[in-house]
Design a protein around this ligand. Structure first.
Ligand SMILES: [Zn+2]
Length: 425
């Protein structure tokens, strides 16, 4: 066994109080995403982090900057030679709703950071303050052991992930100069699974144009006796929308059956409809209709292909309809959020191999998984960065829900694994 493994293990054990304390305090600083909920002191958590990291004295630079009106970012830098490596995390959390507050256990509240039965509780414990803290504490371990990684390292923390806001988060990090071709994202990965593949995602709207008519003329819209086909008295926009939805459902099934990646389940490509809007008067056929929804797609499909498949399905439905041929539906992609391209890093990538070695160093068989939900890793991918996710925490520990926690042992193991991984950088 390598000498360093035992030394890391000993050091984590010796400083466990410090490492648990850091995470507890981090959780106690409310970092509710300012765009999603109320946060009276949106900078407090990152300012605390900056101060704390400066006090440790183990980084060459600790950078804090405001981004937009309510957001802020922190970067801790370890200087070195060669290609830099980025660690990317988000400090912001989703809000705790009134109902969640009422349901949350009283002795370990959402901003308590309390340790009960071997679990650290609080909003963000799993998603993703444990993941954010772990590589910093790993640097603390290496510092104690007198090991300094050779590569430049950027540990970066944003406040605008949960609202999908890349502009003030990930984009601001890159603009500030913390670019690296390779990145570790410390999002909860089902207890430290290595995640080289994440679905792509985009939101869309489809606007459909019909022609309003009196309900007493409906039979003529169906059987236009005496009317030229191009001159029907009306066309129901909701019914046109149903045809489009049907074609998109066929596409969903096709791609679900054929688009595959070694780490995904069948059927991982889905098209979800979240709204269908049509405002007409009660005694008339619907004149306009707007469909909103999202498409999540397999990492083996590129963003360009996904857009083309989607638009192709809408066009196919439109081609079959005399009306839609003349009044083509208007597709808007991406809608609302910037589209997230899939992450698809090869499993043989050096970072994957090194993360696997770090698992084995502490007696674990490395587990590879793909992820169905997107994160900043997708936006990093959009910057041309190979982003691999690995972090403590798991959805089953109450992520975005009630009684969120992270098991102490998983958190401490993540510190040890990152420390080993970083010792090789
Ligand atoms: Zn997260």
């Amino acid at each position: 066994m390598e000498y360093i493994i035992d030394r890391i293990r000993e050091c984590v054990d010796k400083n466990r109080k410090e490492y648990i304390g850091f995470l507890s305090e981090y959780i106690q600083k409310d970092s509710t995403n300012p765009a999603l909920g109320e946060n009276k002191a949106p900078f407090a958590c990152h300012l605390w982090m900056q101060k704390k990291l400066e006090e440790y004295g183990i980084f060459d630079k600790v950078d804090f900057w405001k981004s937009g009106n309510d957001f802020s970012n922190v970067a801790a830098v370890s200087e070195g030679e060669g290609e830099p490596l980025l660690f990317a995390g988000h400090t912001d959390t989703v809000p705790v709703t009134e109902l969640q507050k009422a349901e949350w256990r009283e002795d370990a509240g959402p901003w308590s950071g309390a340790v009960k039965e071997g679990k650290i509780y609080g909003r963000g414990a799993s998603d993703m303050k444990a993941g954010c803290a772990a590589p910093l504490m790993a640097m603390h371990v290496l510092h104690k052991l007198g090991v300094k990684p050779k590569r430049p390292l950027y540990f970066t923390y944003v406040m605008s992930e949960e609202n999908g806001g890349r502009e003030f988060g990930v984009d601001s990090i890159i603009e500030r100069g913390y670019f690296a071709k390779e990145c570790i994202v410390m999002e909860p990965s089902n207890n430290l699974a290595i995640v080289p593949a994440i679905q792509g995602e985009f939101y869309f709207t489809i606007e459909v144009q019909g022609l309003s008519y009196h309900i007493a003329s409906r039979h003529h819209t169906l059987y236009p006796h005496g009317y030229h086909v191009k001159n029907v008295p009306g066309k129901n926009a909701i019914e046109l929308a149903i045809e489009l939805i049907g074609e998109l459902q066929k596409l969903e099934k096709e791609l679900g059956q054929y688009a595959n990646h070694p780490l995904t389940e069948w059927g991982s490509t889905t098209i979800n409809f979240s709204g269908i809007e049509s405002k007409g008067i009660f005694s008339a056929g619907a004149e306009k209709c707007k469909i909103t929804g999202s498409m999540l797609y397999n990492p083996s499909i590129s963003q360009e292909e996904a857009f083309a498949y989607f638009k192709g399905a809408v066009n196919r439905a439109a081609e079959r309809s005399f009306w839609l041929k003349e009044h083509p539906p208007v597709v808007t992609i991406p809608y609302l959020l910037s589209a997230k391209p899939p992450v698809n890093v090869e499993m043989e990538h050096p970072l994957c191999r090194q993360l696997a070695e770090a698992a084995r160093a502490f007696g674990r068989e490395p587990v590879y998984e793909s992820c169905l939900s997107t994160s900043d890793a997708n936006y990093l991918q959009d910057h041309g960065i190979a982003a691999i996710t690995m972090g403590p925490g798991a959805n089953e520990y109450g992520v975005h829900g009630v009684n969120e926690y992270v098991p102490v042992e998983v958190y401490l193991e993540s510190i040890a694994r990152y420390a080993y991984f970083l010792s090789k950088q």
